[in-house]
Write a protein that binds this ligand. Structure first.
Ligand SMILES: NC(=O)c1ccc[n+]([C@@H]2O[C@H](COP(=O)([O-])OP(=O)(O)OC[C@H]3O[C@@H](n4cnc5c(N)ncnc54)[C@H](O)[C@@H]3O)[C@@H](O)[C@H]2O)c1
Length: 355
């Protein structure tokens, strides 16, 4: 075994931050992701010393070669296909989210000194959360009821990890955010956020704190534990406040339309987010360093002079986004998140027989 840490999905949102964190901690890092032009370009900006090995993790032979070649001390498995894109690519997503996890576990188990395996999971495993009937916060023991294909994939991957012979830690993440404003300028993501019930509960977390959690999990005294990784209590937010607050920090004050509330009487018509009990994760991983108000201030500072331009543009963007919003012209009083996802992308429900 070497002292290397292998990070999959290394050029994604969480991966790039995790690679940076590990490199700053002085760890030997091997970053792996798909060999595509965007990743080649991102690789040029990696911290010195970080190695890159490209691999498509849906190819079990490539996974075997990757693990045998590196013999890592730990694997941080982040590669995945996530919402909203997962809904249109469920076949491929199953191969990445579940199949690749199986291949990595099998390859790792074959090592003479098997690595620790840190799995990225999601609170999507709990399924739809109506805050009117679930006043409690999520814990590691809350029963799993995935409501969509993403939650089902994450639950299936967790099951594989638990059944493996490796030392493992599972991190279930809340809503990961970054202070880099460019990340929010994607129309699909804005549309997606706009269709979620505005009064649904969401615990956000700064991506740099998620990176700290993963970096800590490779050595933390937490083998065999499932940990809920969210930000501190200032991150216990209401869905409809998050995007407008981030947008306002960038200067787009009042620049987004208001969506619809969730139906208090329908447990199914809510999205799969909620507040989380993060005490145990914080106790062992010490990851909570960036509060929500600090994130907003940093976002505003990063936006710099663009804030003034966006402020002027706010009434126009509001008019455009209002006409393009999922519920534009609808007369029903409540949000229908799964119906709206089906209409825009594809049926999000899990496959028959998945957990
Ligand atoms: N972003 C969130 O809010 C959030 C919340 C909960 C859980 N998670 C989990 O955290 C992890 C990281 O999420 P993220 O936001 O960084 O996602 P991301 O989409 O930014 O990154 C995923 C990475 O996986 C890579 N990948 C996809 N298919 C691959 C394949 N066949 N072979 C190799 N690499 C492949 C992609 O190229 C991408 O770089 C995921 O497992 C996700 O399910 C994320």
């Amino acid at each position: 075994m070497t002292d290397a840490v292998l990070v999959t999905g290394a050029f994604g949102l969480v991966g790039s931050s995790t690679v940076k964190r590990l490199a700053a901690d002085g760890r030997r890092v091997v970053a792996t992701d798909l060999d595509i032009p965007a990743n080649r370009k991102a690789a040029e900006k990696l911290p010195p010393g970080v190695e890159v090995q490209y691999a498509d993790l849906t190819d079990p032979a490539a996974v075997d070669a990757l693990i045998a070649g590196i013999a890592p001390a730990a694997i941080i498995h982040l590669a995945a296909i996530i919402p909203p894109f997962i809904y249109t690519r469920r076949g491929l997503a199953e191969k990445v989210n579940v199949g690749a996890t199986a291949s990595l576990l099998t390859a790792a188990e074959k090592q003479p000194s098997p690595p620790r395996f840190v799995q990225a999971s999601s609170i999507a495993v709990y399924g739809a959360r109506n805050p009117h009937t679930h006043p409690d916060v999520l814990t590691a023991e809350t029963p799993l009821h995935p409501a969509d294909v993403y939650g089902a994939h994450k639950a299936a991957a967790e099951k594989l990890v638990r059944a493996s012979a490796l030392d493992w830690v599972i991190l279930r993440l809340g809503g990961v955010l970054t202070v880099d404003p460019a990340a929010y300028m994607k129309l699909d993501n804005l549309y997606f956020e706009g269709l979620l019930p505005t009064d649904g509960r969401l615990q956000t977390v700064d991506v740099r704190d998620v990176a700290r959690a993963f970096a800590a999990a490779i050595t933390a005294d937490a083998v065999g534990e499932t940990l809920l990784v969210g930000g501190d209590d200032t991150h216990r937010l209401i869905q409809g406040d998050v995007a407008p607050a981030m947008a306002a920090a960038m200067g787009l004050v009042g620049g987004l339309p208001t969506g619809l509330k969730g139906d208090p009487k329908s447990d199914g018509d809510w999205f799969n987010t909620d507040w989380m009990d993060t005490a145990r994760a914080q106790e062992v991983l010490h990851h909570q360093h960036h509060s929500w108000p600090e994130m907003l201030i940093e976002t505003a500072n990063k936006a710099g002079a663009r804030r003034h331009l966006l402020r002027i543009a706010a009434p126009v963007t509001k008019a455009i986004f209002t006409r393009r919003a999922a519920y534009y012209g609808r007369t029903e009083p409540y949000a229908d998140p799964w119906g709206a996802i089906a209409k825009k992308w594809a049926d999000p429900r899990p496959d028959e027989g998945t957990p």
